[in-house]
Design a protein around this ligand. Structure first.
Ligand SMILES: Cc1ncc(COP(=O)(O)O)c(C=O)c1O
Length: 446
């Protein structure tokens, strides 16, 4: 970790063990895992059924290269996921994380265009702000001017259109008008780039850190689907954070009619932190067209490895058998209500948004004007420290250097109970009270 931290930064507590929704450090301090780490631990920690499946698979076989051997759990997991994802998803490709999943999805789309006799298609339109991962291809479609300013010469940045953020609007523009314009921006950008050159449009249907769990209107999702169809542009949903049940449906697109993507990527909650894992789901139409021309020219050593597939299969079995997708919807409503009460109480909480158990609060200096705290305050990182002092772990990564708002995700494990939600919100409240007190002393709320 000292490799990663800026010089002089305080080292985080050293984790010793986890149980349910809590993590314990080596001194025995307990932390409520309010963000499931980086929105990963959907099942909480030390789930006995998953641990048993890990031990069993470790005794059977941990590695066999998928080009030489199929594995039972690879086949079973693919069947399970495509069934949960519903119509339009017939095939699954497994990788070791979110960035790898997006790389694979982009390459799958490109190879499909070539197989269809359309080699001119290569541009992938994405949104700004957005986050799709940290590898070169994923960064090319990520809307984050800060990371782009560092790595830009090393990759080909892709065209961006505005994400439909509605918390701060231009005077005289309604949220509906703005969202409508953001959807229309996709069509305008396709025409500007030349439709024959546009391969795909990628978005987080329910946002993560970059937009603060942004959810748009059903008409936005319908409209972008229609625009993609009009120009034969593939629609890719990055559900790395929002998928696998977190928002109350297995895929976010299952919330809205007429919004189905062509390709979807999953990771994080898919194996819930029990193994590094990710997946690309695609229809037969794409996979078979590529297969007929020699197969997908892409792969990693650990793709579809039997150990990870067995672990992810056990996670999905547990999520389904415990009814955690429905629970995410129910507990999400309760959390939403509790966070809105907190918003009334706290001077720092400007907005609450999200769906299911993927929620976010936006921190502001002034709720009336929606003015942000000064960037050098690095509000989310500071809130994390106040949180640790109150026994709550709050994951943070400041997207776009806070340019689009200071976001704190609230995304606990899907096993959370009502009383644990109360405990979470109370600890968050105390952290916010301390933060507000110190900000006042520093004259930052002015
Ligand atoms: C929406 C989204 N896409 C992609 C990624 C990248 O996933 P990973 O960090 O597993 O490579 C993340 C990670 O935070 C994410 O939230």
């Amino acid at each position: 970790m000292s490799f990663y931290l800026p010089k002089g930064a305080v080292r985080p507590p050293r984790v010793e063990r986890g149980k349910g929704i809590h993590l314990y450090d080596e001194r025995g301090n307990r932390y409520l895992d309010a963000t499931s780490g980086a929105v990963v631990s959907n099942l909480g920690h030390s789930n006995p059924r998953v641990v048993a499946a890990m031990v069993e698979q470790a005794h059977r076989v941990t590695f066999a290269y998928p080009r030489f051997f199929e594995s039972e759990h690879n086949v079973r997991l693919a069947g399970r996921l495509t069934e949960l994802a519903g119509e339009g998803f017939d095939r699954a490709f497994f990788v070791s994380g979110g960035s790898e999943a997006n790389e694979a999805a982009l390459k799958l789309a490109r190879q499909y265009a070539i197989a269809c006799g359309e080699p001119a298609r290569w541009k992938v339109i994405a949104r700004d702000p957005s986050y799709h991962g940290s590898t070169m291809g994923a960064m090319a479609v990520t809307g984050d001017s800060f990371t782009e300013s560092i790595y830009r010469p090393m990759f080909q940045p892709m065209p961006k259109i505005p994400a439909p953020l509605t918390y701060r609007l231009e005077p005289g523009v309604t949220a509906e008008e703005h969202v409508e314009r953001c959807a229309q921006a996709l069509e305008e950008r396709i025409l500007e780039e030349g439709p024959e050159s546009v391969l795909a449009f990628i978005l987080e249907p329910i946002g993560g850190l970059s937009t603060g769990a942004l959810v748009s209107s059903p008409s936005y999702y319908r409209k972008i689907r229609e625009i993609c169809d009009r120009y034969s542009v593939l629609l890719i949903h990055d559900e790395i954070m929002s998928g696998a049940g977190r928002t109350g449906t297995f895929l976010s697109s299952q919330h809205w009619e007429g919004s189905r993507p062509d390709i979807v990527t999953l990771a994080k909650g898919l194996a819930a932190g029990y193994t590094p894992f990710g997946a690309v789901l695609a229809p037969n139409r794409i996979v078979e067209t590529i297969g007929a021309q020699g197969g997908f020219v892409h792969g990693h050593t650990y793709f579809s490895n039997p150990f990870s597939c067995a672990v992810a299969a056990a996670v999905i079995d547990e999520v389904v058998d415990q009814g955690l997708i429905e629970r995410a919807a129910r507990m999400g409503q309760y959390l939403d209500q509790r966070l809105r009460n907190l918003q009334q109480e706290s001077r720092l909480v400007g907005d609450v948004r999200g769906k299911g158990l993927l929620m976010a609060i936006e921190l502001v200096a002034d709720k009336e004007t929606r003015r942000q705290l000064r960037p050098e305050m690095n509000a989310p990182a500071r809130l994390t420290n106040y949180g640790l002092a109150h026994g709550i772990a709050l994951y943070n990564r400041r997207a776009n250097r806070g340019q689009f708002g200071d976001i704190q995700l609230i995304a606990p494990p899907l096993i959370i109970t009502e009383s644990e939600v109360d405990d979470l919100v109370e600890r968050l409240r105390r952290a916010l009270v301390d933060f507000e007190r110190d900000l006042k002393q520093e004259g930052a709320l002015g």
